[in-house]
Design a protein. Sequence first.
Length: 388
Amino acid sequence: MKSFARISKILFTSLFTFVLFNKVEAQQLIAIQPSGAEGGVAYGVNDSLQVVGQFSTANGDAVDGFVYSSGTVTNLGSLGGGPTTGSSINNAGQIAGTSATSNGYPAGFLYLGGTMTNIGNLGYPYTYGYGINNSGSIVGASATASGYLNAFLYSGGVMENLGTLGGLSSGANAINNLGQVVGYADLTNGTPVAFLYSGGVMSNLGSLPGLGGGSNAMGINDLGQVVGWSDVGPNLGAQTAFLYSDGTMIDLGSGNYSEATDINNSGEVVGWDSVKGAFVYSTGSGLEYLDAQDASLLVSGGGSQRGFTEFVEANAVNNLGDIVGEGLYWNGSSYSDQAFLLEPASVPEPTSCSMLLGGLIALIFWRTRTKRLLSLDLPATRCLRSYT
């Protein structure tokens, strides 16, 4: 009897503690608004909810890069010139981006702990830093001595030219933790197409069927799945978001001018649509627009309640499903574009909760059975053999 009571108390206490400290947390939508900023956009987010992007000052005279962490926004500074953009951040807090130097030319940078370092160029002082992985390797586009932008991989202090697919130009947009790089590269006829660079080889990922033929890869996860956009016709409005997986490129089905910008290791894709705004895509749920999916987090605008009225674009998603991008914000008197961080609702781990609950049910069932059988004056050993 005492043993049963003791075990029951332990299980009930464990279940109560689990529920108390693993309660469902509501979904959150955070406006990232640096002091004195007029507008902003977020481009990258790591698994610690550190966000990078850029914002414009209230008078519109400057564009500055920022990093957001635990409610605090820090200005990244510059390399001596004007505009700065934080493009990507890894789980170590290292940031890749672009900043103008004192001569006005753009330069790629690595930022960590308050220090911004110019990563150099491929022969001409004109470089853009776009992606960074957890090893600190950076990718982007840099001008060669001939004046054409080429994709680069910066690692260990050395910048490597990744080349093209026969044409003159290329650019790298993202790198995963296996060192695989994606971006665009010109063919010999000048058409830019999405590429995957892996093991020292640049491969053409092709494009969706259509009259345009061009494509660009914007993001890649650690499974090698790639997202981006592809032309499907001769007009500007015929660009559509794609997912490339297992050798096949599929149209995500927007139906409008669209772009897929990032993909996490769970296969969640984010991007934007010129008509319906920011979206998230998964194999199970298909294409869902944030304006509809998260309508309860938006305000109507035009009144006294401040907040986002729509999600314009989703630019990055981390492995926890947190999304960052740009939304239209109503401040009580006017609208502006602002950076957002959208955190999904978190729930208790179902397996752990089920195990605790199952243990309680099994214990109660066993106790009830034992009591009933013992009341029949049957040997305890027989009871156990008969009901195990």
